[in-house]
Ligand binder design. Structure first.
Ligand SMILES: *[C@@H]1O[C@H](CO)[C@@H](O)[C@H](O)[C@H]1NC(C)=O
Ligand SMILES: *[C@@H]1O[C@H](CO)[C@@H](O)[C@H](O)[C@H]1NC(C)=O
Ligand SMILES: *[C@@H]1O[C@H](CO)[C@@H](O)[C@H](O)[C@H]1NC(C)=O
Ligand SMILES: [Zn+2]
Length: 529
C-alpha cells in the first residue's frame, strides 16, 4: 500500500468549491480549542453542503505523531499547579453529556482530531454518577451530588436520601436539607448565578437553589398533582423567587415562564400553569427596585449592566427551543444562545469584585438524546463547547476555576468502522442482514419504531428513510417512549486554581467539595485553612 494523499468525499449534495483544508492545521493553531471558521463548518455540513475530508499526508509519517506528542508532553510538564484561592468558580454542566457524546460532537465539529474547547484543560477526572437508590441517576439526584456534595434518591433535590421522592412532609424537614455550593458562596458574601437552556425550574438548575422532595413540583399545580397541600409546600418556582438562595441569586437566565404565572395569564404566547393566582415574576420585581426582568434576546442584549443589581431572564414558556430549531427557523435574534446568556451573566457578575459561582447548563443535550434525536443533542453539545470557549477567552484563569462535566451519560453508541471524516449522522456500513446501519444508535428509545418494520420483521433500509430532518430519530434496539440515561462514568475537565485536585475516579458528590476547597467556602477543608 502506498501512502499517497487520501481523499474521502462524504456523501452529500454539492461539492464545496476551493481547496479542502486539512483539519489538522487548524487544530495546531489553537491549544485551547476551536476557531470561528470551524463552527461554520459544522453548520455547513448540517445544511447538506458537501464537506470534504482530507487526511493530512503528514499523518503517514512517524514525525507527525512523535513531534505532536513531544509538544504535548512539553506543555504538560511545564504546566504549573496553581494553589491560590479561586475567587470565582464556573461550573459547566452538560446534561447527558457523556463520553460518546463528546466524541461524536468532536467529529461533527470538524473531524476526529479536532478538539472541543475544554479538551485542552490540563486536568481530567471521571465521575461515578449512581445515586443512593438507583444505579443510573436522574438529573435531580445527580445535581444534588455535584452541587451539594451529598448523594440522594432519584427525583429528590437538595434533601438527603432519608427523603422519599414525592413525600409531602419531607420537603419541610430541614433536618434532611443539604446546602448547595451556590448557597455557600452567598453565605461567604460572594455572588451566584445560573444559566440554562432548559426551564429554569428543571432539575439541574433547581439543584442550585431548591430543597424539595419531587423535581416535578415546578409550580403549585405540580404539588397538587401529587396530592400535597400547595399552601404548605414552596414549589420550585417559589423557591427561586423567595427562597434563601433563590432570592439572592444575581443572575437567573433560562426558559419556563409558565411556572411563574397563573393559568389565566399569558407569556411567550402561552398560558401559565400555576393555579394559585400568583405572578411570581411580578413578585420578584416588587421586592427590590434594582431588579431587572427580561423576556427576549433583545431585552437581554439591551440591558445596561451598570444599572442592574439582579437580573432575571426567561425566554420561552417551557424549555428554550433546540438550537438547531432556532437555526433552521432563523430565530437567532429571538432566542439568545447559551454563549450570549453566559456572556451577559458574566457581565453582571463581574460588576462586583466579590467573586462568584456560576452554573451554566447545556441542558438540552439530554432532551435530544431522550428522543434519539442525535442531531439535536450534538448541536446542543457544540453550543455548550462554544460557551466554554467564549468564557475561557474572557475570564482570568489565574483566579477562576472552570469545571466542565456531565450529570450522567446516555445509551448512545458510536459504532465502527466508517472512514475518517465520515458524516457522523450517516449509515455507511451494512449489517449481516444487508441493511446499512448508522454510526449513531441507541440501546433504547422511540427510534425503534422508525427503524423496525413490524410487517417484515426486518430493519427498515436506511436508504428508504429521509434522514435529512433535524429531528430525525436514530435507531434504538429496545422500543421505549423516552430513551434512558446510562450508568457509565462521565468525564470531568478542569482548569484554574486547584484544578489539579480533580484527578482520578471520583464519586460525583466529591465535585462540590473540591469546588468548595478551591474557593474557600463552607466549613469543610479548604485551601485557605
Ligand atoms: C392546606 O394548608 C393550609 C395551611 O396550613 C390549611 O389552611 C388548609 O386547610 C390545607 N388544605 C387542605 C386541603 O388540607
Ligand atoms: C388562576 O387560575 C385558576 C385556574 O385556571 C383559576 O381558577 C383562578 O381563578 C386564577 N386565579 C386568578 C387570581 O386569576
Ligand atoms: C415493510 O415490510 C413490508 C413487507 O415486506 C413492505 O411491503 C413495506 O414496504 C416495508 N415498509 C418499509 C417502511 O420499509
Ligand atoms: Zn434526562
Amino acid at each position: 500500500m502506498s501512502f499517497v494523499k487520501v481523499l474521502i468525499f462524504v456523501s452529500c449534495a454539492v461539492i464545496v468549491s476551493g481547496n479542502p483544508t486539512p483539519f489538522f492545521d487548524e487544530d495546531r493553531l489553537s491549544d485551547i480549542g476551536m476557531h470561528p471558521h470551524m463552527h461554520q463548518k459544522s453548520h455547513e455540513s448540517h445544511k447538506k453542503i458537501k464537506r470534504s475530508f482530507q487526511i493530512d499526508q503528514a499523518e503517514f509519517t512517524n514525525a507527525y505523531w512523535i513531534n505532536k506528542a513531544k509538544d504535548t508532553v512539553d506543555t504538560k510538564v511545564k504546566t504549573n499547579v496553581n494553589t491560590k484561592k479561586a475567587k470565582n468558580v464556573i461550573m459547566f454542566l452538560g446534561d447527558g453529556f457523556g463520553h460518546t457524546t463528546i466524541a461524536a460532537t468532536r467529529v461533527y465539529q470538524s473531524g476526529e482530531s479536532s478538539k472541543l474547547s475544554f479538551e485542552s484543560f490540563p486536568n481530567t477526572a471521571s465521575s461515578k454518577t449512581y445515586c443512593v437508590n438507583r444505579g443510573v441517576p436522574d438529573s435531580a439526584c445527580s445535581g444534588t451530588a455535584f452541587l451539594h456534595g451529598v448523594k440522594t434518591n432519584n427525583g429528590v433535590i437538595g434533601l438527603n436520601a432519608a427523603a422519599t421522592r414525592g413525600n409531602c412532609d419531607d420537603t419541610n424537614n430541614e433536618e434532611i436539607y443539604t446546602d448547595s455550593i451556590a448557597s455557600l458562596f452567598l453565605k461567604d458574601g460572594r455572588n451566584a448565578g445560573i444559566v440554562t437552556t432548559t426551564k429554569i425550574t428543571d432539575a439541574t438548575p433547581a439543584a442550585a437553589y431548591a430543597n424539595i422532595a419531587e423535581r416535578n413540583w415546578e409550580d403549585n399545580s405540580g404539588v397538587l398533582r401529587s396530592r400535597c397541600n400547595d399552601s404548605e409546600i414552596y414549589d420550585i418556582a417559589e423557591q427561586l423567587i423567595a427562597g434563601s438562595v433563590g432570592k439572592a441569586l444575581k443572575v437567573i437566565l433560562g426558559g419556563g415562564s409558565r411556572f411563574f404565572i397563573n393559568a389565566t395569564e399569558t407569556e411567550h404566547g402561552a398560558q401559565g400553569t400555576r393555579t394559585d393566582g400568583k405572578n411570581l415574576i411580578q413578585e420578584w420585581l416588587n421586592t427590590n427596585s434594582d431588579r431587572t426582568f427580561v423576556k427576549s434576546r433583545k431585552e437581554l442584549m439591551d440591558i445596561d449592566v451598570k444599572k442592574v443589581d439582579q437580573l432575571f431572564g426567561l425566554f420561552s414558556t417551557d424549555n428554550m427551543p433546540f438550537r438547531l430549531e432556532t437555526i433552521e427557523k432563523k430565530e437567532e435574534s429571538i432566542y439568545p444562545s447559551l454563549t450570549e446568556m453566559t456572556m451577559k451573566a458574566l457581565d453582571v457578575l463581574e460588576e462586583e469584585d466579590d467573586g462568584y459561582f456560576l452554573l451554566v447548563e447545556g441542558g438540552r443535550i439530554d432532551h435530544g438524546h431522550h428522543g434519539n434525536q442525535a442531531k439535536f443533542a450534538i448541536e446542543e453539545a457544540l453550543e455548550f463547547s462554544k460557551a466554554i470557549q467564549a468564557t475561557v477567552d474572557r475570564v482570568n484563569l489565574d483566579e477562576t476555576l472552570i469545571v466542565v462535566t456531565a450529570d450522567h451519560s446516555h445509551v448512545m453508541t458510536v459504532s465502527g468502522y466508517s472512514p475518517r471524516g465520515t458524516d457522523i449522522f450517516s449509515a455507511t456500513n451494512s449489517g449481516d442482514d444487508g441493511t446499512p446501519y448508522f454510526t449513531i444508535s441507541y440501546a433504547n428509545g422511540p427510534g425503534f419504531a422508525t427503524h423496525f418494520n413490524s410487517t417484515s420483521g426486518q430493519r427498515v433500509n436506511s436508504q428508504n428513510l429521509d434522514t435529512t430532518p433535524i429531528n430525525f430519530r436514530f435507531p434504538a434496539t429496545v422500543p421505549l417512549k423516552s430513551e434512558t440515561h446510562s450508568g457509565e462514568d462521565v468525564a470531568l475537565f478542569a482548569v484554574g486554581p486547584n484544578a489539579h485536585i480533580f484527578r482520578g475516579a471520583l464519586e460525583q458528590n466529591l465535585i462540590a467539595h473540591i469546588m468548595a476547597y478551591a474557593s474557600c467556602v463552607g466549613d469543610g477543608l479548604t485551601v485557605c485553612k
